[in-house]
Design a protein around this ligand. Structure first.
Ligand code: COI
Length: 373
């Protein structure tokens, strides 16, 4: 009888605070949604944030109980280790409307696995997969009205982890914050991009952190990218650190080429981020009987292929970028146009239609990639 009373009391307290619970976290809903202030027909990338976020802290060697709460700032000590030694990782994933108002996540398991691979490399604690998945599902479900339905739009999800110990000595932090927030987004690149082959600066070195989605990889890329933008390019095509001759990836995307009818993509290594979109596109190409080669690709081969017309297509693939055609490639000061960048029956466009069709529930999801919420 006593415990029943306590239960009733607890339930009514929970109602007052608008708190629901899950096995790993509490949920505090916003009292005033901001959704009516958003023009869903004019979405930029990454400037508008949905109503709720997830937050969970790691201390004393364990993840503490988390919370879904209204999106907003959090307070941190200036001595938080992330500000000094850059222990920070993130992920990018998307939720789509798949018809009848249903919402699906696209291959979230791949992002969770990559997040934990990044965590391991950056000496950070892993987030248990079931907890990560439950937080994602509940957050997306709470803010499902924020998932846009227009073509090219989706709900971009940004999980991240930072070191929060207040300590100025150099070592791995003992405290961390893991958070997830979300943005309704339009296209990352508005149309084709022009890329410059980078022969001087390096994104990643063997034995380094290039395969991890570590914030510092992006920080290091900003200066060379700025120089390329000053020369009129949108992005870089990174080459390997040792010879500056083998193609790696293109900033926010993995790189793909169509050479003599074959889809060629650089083999991943510890210097290249293994993209979820890259993996999906390779799989779809194989399903469509398009010949695929995953191998080293040199600038010498690329240049002669562009000169002879054997390289018909070049494109970047990524979560934010989806499939973005490359219309021009700058190699050592000479710009080479890419023949089929604007062709409606290009391989890039065929793959985009297929991938987008699956994500939006218009084509059959043979591989079970959509995870309905
Ligand atoms: C993504 O495609 O999700 C990325 O993380 C790339 C970029 C926006 C940083």
């Amino acid at each position: 009888k006593k415990s029943e009373l306590r239960k009733t009391l607890n339930d009514s307290l929970l109602n007052i605070n608008m708190i629901e619970t899950s096995s790993f976290f509490d949920i505090q809903k916003t009292e005033t949604s901001r959704i009516s202030q958003v023009d869903f027909t004019k979405l930029d990338f990454g400037r508008v944030f949905s109503d709720h976020m997830f937050l969970m802290e790691f201390e004393d060697g364990a993840w503490q109980r988390g919370k879904i709460e209204p999106y907003g700032p959090f307070t941190m000590s200036p001595a938080s280790m992330v500000f000094h030694y850059g222990q920070a990782i993130f992920e990018g994933m998307k939720a789509y409307k798949t018809g009848n108002g249903e919402v699906s996540l696209f291959r979230p398991g791949m992002n969770i696995a990559r997040f934990n691979k990044s965590a391991h490399r950056m000496c950070m604690p892993e987030v248990p997969e079931d907890l990560f998945m439950e937080a994602l599902a509940k957050l997306v479900d709470l803010d499902k009205d924020w998932v846009p339905s227009d073509a090219e739009s989706s709900l971009y999800i940004r999980p991240f982890m930072i070191a929060t110990d207040s300590y100025v000595g150099v070592r791995a932090s003992e405290k961390y914050a893991f958070s997830i927030f979300m943005c309704p987004v339009g296209a990352y690149y508005k149309g084709n991009v022009r890329v410059k082959v980078e022969r001087k600066y390096t994104r990643a070195t063997p034995g380094g952190t290039g395969y991890a989605k570590a914030a510092g990889n992006y920080a290091g890329s900003l200066y060379p990218s700025k120089l390329a933008r000053e020369e009129g390019y949108d992005q870089l095509l990174w080459t390997d650190a040792i010879h500056h001759e083998y193609i790696e990836e293109s900033g926010t995307m993995n790189a793909m080429f169509v050479i003599d009818g074959v889809l060629v993509s650089p083999a991943t290594s510890d210097t290249i981020l293994e993209g979820v979109t890259r993996d999906s596109v390779i799989q779809l190409a194989q399903d469509l009987q398009i010949p695929v080669e995953i191998r080293r690709l040199s600038i010498t081969e690329l240049r002669s292929g562009l000169e002879s017309g054997k390289v018909k297509e070049a494109f970047g693939v990524g979560t934010a970028a989806t499939i973005t055609p490359i219309s021009e490639i700058g190699i050592d000061g000479i710009n080479y146009p890419v023949a089929h960048a604007d062709s409606a029956n290009s391989i890039a466009n065929t793959l985009l239609q297929e991938l987008d069709g699956i994500r939006r529930g218009k084509r059959e999801d043979h591989h079970g990639w959509n995870i309905p919420i």
